[in-house]
Design a protein around this ligand. Structure first.
Ligand SMILES: *[C@@H]1O[C@H](CO)[C@@H](O)[C@H](O)[C@H]1NC(C)=O
Ligand SMILES: *[C@@H]1O[C@H](CO)[C@@H](O)[C@H](O)[C@H]1NC(C)=O
Length: 159
């Protein structure tokens, strides 16, 4: 997994910028017996690597994730917006602070534009059972001045 993620980062580093209208490839964040999570970068400028070590549909708290990206912005402060849809209907929106000036939750908080970050470790998430169905999720990571750091649209298939 480490090697794969490193290879992925090198590959995204080397990918030419300004890809025009071409979409980024679809990646699998995790696949378990009954749950599959696919995502695609919706940032015109870059792709990023993301995976979840295990994804049972009965989600456990403190999932271990891996995330790698090259920063387009300084991240003194970093926020995540999530919008969840099912069959085109909006179900849930939430915003979550990841790095705050006085409360940096992760080692990568405060890193600078141009740096490559790679995080492998737990995130503090609620544990719950995902109801069967197909969901669309829009995710955006952005900074204190509302500059996008990463953007993704994901499909979650739970059977
Ligand atoms: C992301 O959105 C595009 C455009 O709406 C869609 O074609 C694609 O299937 C989506 N990808 C995922 C992984 O949900
Ligand atoms: C989530 O945000 C979208 C766009 O801002 C809005 O249209 C939608 O009604 C919101 N949904 C909920 C459940 O608040």
């Amino acid at each position: 997994m480490q090697v794969l993620m490193a290879a992925f980062l090198v590959w995204s580093l080397m990918s030419p910028q300004g890809r025009g209208t071409e979409a980024w490839p679809t990646h699998t964040a995790c696949r378990d017996g009954s749950l599959q999570v696919l995502y695609q970068s919706c940032d015109a400028l870059q792709d990023f690597g993301f995976s979840v070590d295990q994804c049972p549909k009965q989600l456990k708290p403190n999932l271990n994730i891996r995330f790698g990206i090259i920063l387009r912005e300084d991240i003194e402060e970093l926020f995540l917006d999530v919008a969840l849809f099912s069959k085109g209907l909006s179900i849930l929106n939430f915003s979550y602070p990841i790095c705050e000036a006085d409360l940096p939750k992760f080692s990568f908080c405060g890193r600078r534009k141009g740096e490559q970050i790679y995080y492998a470790g737990p995130i503090n998430n609620p544990g719950f059972e995902i109801p069967e169905g197909e969901y669309q999720v829009l995710l955006e990571l952005y900074t204190q001045d509302r500059s996008t750091v990463a953007c993704a649209n994901a499909t979650l298939l739970c059977s």
